[in-house]
Structure formats: structure tokens, C-alpha cells
Design a protein around this ligand. Structure first.
Ligand SMILES: Nc1ncnc2c1ncn2[C@@H]1O[C@H](COP(=O)(O)OP(=O)(O)OP(=O)(O)O)[C@@H](O)[C@H]1O
Ligand SMILES: [Mg+2]
Length: 335
């Protein structure tokens, strides 16, 4: 943990850190390895909060445009847009963030594009770590500080970037100890380092690399920033097909292959094989989830979202995931 990061004010224990508490925060970063479901889960978390009557801002950090598909709206811009009652969405953009920062804090009126300034800035940003990141994180923290929304949910870039982003205020602060910079980073740290305000939800799937990256992320965030992962969302978990007794029946059916072919036709063994493959895949997933559980500190709660057996896309997928996460919550958030 960075030397300037204050200790966590409260220790969120496993029994407390469920989604109720996740949704009680005012800022949630949703992160995880590429393709694990960050965008879908971020939109689902926002959905649950909106259903509860909250005013929610969803922020897309990676400019891929997937968030606009998930909430079924047109391309997102830096200017937040209300996509439906209670839900706003925006896409992060460093140049617009710089423009807004200069207008709000330095009070420089800027007309039109800020190309030359942005180029100088790019030069600076490439030379000094944390400079670009702080504009994005500053914009997010500003929305939280101003209480423009009840909840800000950030659909972050894949795992690698989040440590640099969340850590930017500490990095800059340690680099430049001058008054203005110190003041300009302190309020961000006050937002980020308060576990009652800010949470990181790490999304994973029941596969080897996503689990490994999740555990690495937890260590890296803990060591290099004042923010810790509070919740792991295990996404795309395959539901158990059989209970123990039925599994026994199924195994005996496999052994009676010849008998089944005679009784139900040649396709019988294809069906048995397909179900067997699905069960084997679930078992491998369960082993990865066990490795995840074993590696997680007790303070981190895991909530589960199932593999959705649907061809639906966009908002429908998000709504189904929101239902599943909300149901997890009713069961106390752990499996
Ligand atoms: N639980 C689920 N069941 C079935 N499909 C899912 C589930 N979660 C996500 N998906 C699908 O997986 C795909 C990837 O999800 P998503 O875009 O949310 O991942 P991501 O982590 O944001 O990806 P990227 O790293 O590219 O930003 C999407 O098509 C989404 O609909
Ligand atoms: Mg995404």
C-alpha cells in the first residue's frame, strides 16, 4: 500500500460485504480480465440500483462502445445522457476531461478544440506516469463528490489499467508535493480511499486465467493503492445439472449405453455424451472457483451470476444478470 494512503476506516468482514453494502457505496469500479463480463455486470449493478430508485451514472472507460449496446442506446459521449429514467451513461475521453478540468478548476475558457494544448499535454502525459489517468479518475471522483448521482458505476478497462487509474492521485501526489497539486489530489483520495464510498468489484469467470488475474489484482490494488477489492463477482457459473443421487443414475445410464441405444435409438449415446461433457465442464469450473475461494482473503465476498442460457443480447441480458445478482443478495450473497 502506498505510504500516503490512510488505513481503511472500516474492516468490511465477509458476512457484511454483500451486494447490499456494495450498492450502499457511491462509487463502484467494475473490473476483470478481458471478456469476463465487466460491461454486462456493471450495467446489471446499475440496473439493480435504478430499480431501487437511485439516480445512477454508468461510465464506460474503454471506448469500445459495448456499454451503449448493453443499455441499448446510441454512441455514448463525455456528456452524460439520461438513457432511461434514473440511468445516465457517458464515455470517458481524456481530451474532454482536460477541457472540463481547465474550465472548472483553472477557470480557463476554452472554445472549440484544444488540439495544441492536448498535444502538449500528451507529451507531458507520456513522460509522467499518472497524468492521463488522473483526468479520468478526477472526472469520476468529481461526479461523486458533487453528489450529482446516488451511485456512479465504472465499467473499467481490463485488469491491467485499473491499478494505474485508481493509483493515479497517490502517484501524482508523491511526485509533486506542492500545495495546489496536493489539494487537487487530496479530495480524490478522500473519495477513493473511503471504503464507505468506493468499492471495487472484480468480475471473473470459472476459468484458470481470470481467477489468477483476479487474485493478482487483489494483491496489486492492496499494495499500490488505498482502495481494495470488496466483492468478487463469479460470472458465467454453470448451474449443477444433477444432484448427487441423480448423478449416480446418470453414470449408470452411461454404462448401459447398449441397452439405451436399443431402447431409444442411436441418438441416445449422443445425448448422454453431451450431458456428460456439460457436467465435466461444470466440474472443471467448480475446481477453478474452489481455487478462487482458497486464494481470497476473508474480507472479500463472492457473489455468483449464472451462465445465461439465452440468445438474448443487450438490455435483456443485463436485466437477467440483474435478477440473478439481486437473488444472490436475497440469499445473503454467498454460495
Ligand atoms: N452470465 C452470462 N451468461 C451468458 N453470456 C454472458 C454472461 N455475461 C456476459 N455474457 C456475454 O459475454 C460477452 C462479453 O461480455 P462483456 O462485454 O460484458 O464482457 P467484458 O468483460 O466487458 O469484455 P471486454 O473486456 O471486451 O470489455 C457478451 O456477449 C455478453 O453478453
Ligand atoms: Mg467491456
Amino acid at each position: 500500500m502506498s505510504s500516503s494512503a490512510p488505513p481503511r476506516a472500516i474492516d468490511v468482514s465477509a458476512s457484511e460485504a454483500d451486494l447490499v453494502h456494495l450498492l450502499d457505496r457511491r462509487l463502484i469500479f467494475v473490473t476483470g480480465k478481458g471478456g469476463v463480463g465487466k460491461t454486462s455486470i456493471a450495467a446489471a449493478i446499475a440496473d439493480i440500483a435504478v430499480r431501487d430508485g437511485a439516480r445512477v451514472l454508468l461510465v464506460e472507460m474503454d471506448a469500445k462502445g459495448a456499454l451503449s449496446t448493453a443499455v441499448e442506446t446510441g454512441p455514448l459521449t463525455f456528456e452524460a445522457r439520461e438513457v432511461r429514467s434514473g440511468l445516465w451513461a457517458m464515455a470517458m475521453n481524456t481530451e474532454d476531461a482536460l477541457r472540463e478540468y481547465l474550465r472548472l478548476f483553472v477557470r480557463v475558457p476554452l472554445l472549440g478544440r484544444i488540439g495544441p494544448l492536448a498535444r502538449t499535454f500528451d507529451f507531458l502525459a507520456d513522460a509522467a506516469p499518472g497524468v492521463k489517468e488522473i483526468l479520468a479518475i478526477g472526472k469520476i471522483c468529481y461526479e461523486v463528490k458533487e453528489r450529482n448521482y446516488d451511485l456512479v458505476v465504472v465499467d473499467t478497462e481490463a485488469t491491467g489499467h485499473i491499478v494505474a487509474q485508481i493509483g493515479a492521485p497517490s502517484v501524482i501526489r508523491e511526485m509533486i508535493q506542492m500545495g495546489l497539486v496536493r489539494d487537487q489530489t487530496q479530495w480524490m483520495l478522500d473519495v477513493l480511499n473511503d471504503p464507505a464510498i468506493t468499492a471495487v468489484a472484480a468480475v471473473t469467470t470459472p476459468e484458470e486465467m481470470p481467477v489468477v488475474e483476479t487474485l493478482e489484482l487483489i494483491t496489486a490494488l492492496g499494495e499500490r493503492t488505498g482502495v481494495e477489492v470488496s466483492t468478487v463477482v463469479a460470472n458465467r457459473v454453470l448451474p449443477a445439472i444433477f444432484d448427487r443421487a441423480r448423478l449416480g443414475v446418470f453414470e449408470r445410464l452411461g454404462e448401459a449405453d447398449d441397452l439405451l441405444r436399443t431402447a431409444a435409438g442411436p441418438s441416445a449415446s449422443v445425448v448422454i455424451e453431451a450431458v456428460g461433457a456439460a457436467e465435466a465442464r461444470r466440474r472443471v469450473g467448480a475446481e477453478h472457483l474452489e481455487a478462487l475461494r482458497a486464494g481470497l482473503p476473508a474480507s472479500i465476498e463472492t457473489i455468483y451470476a449464472p451462465e445465461l442460457m439465452t440468445r438474448a443480447t443487450g438490455r435483456r441480458v443485463v436485466a437477467l444478470l440483474a435478477d440473478a445478482l439481486a437473488a444472490e443478495l436475497d440469499r445473503g450473497g454467498s454460495a
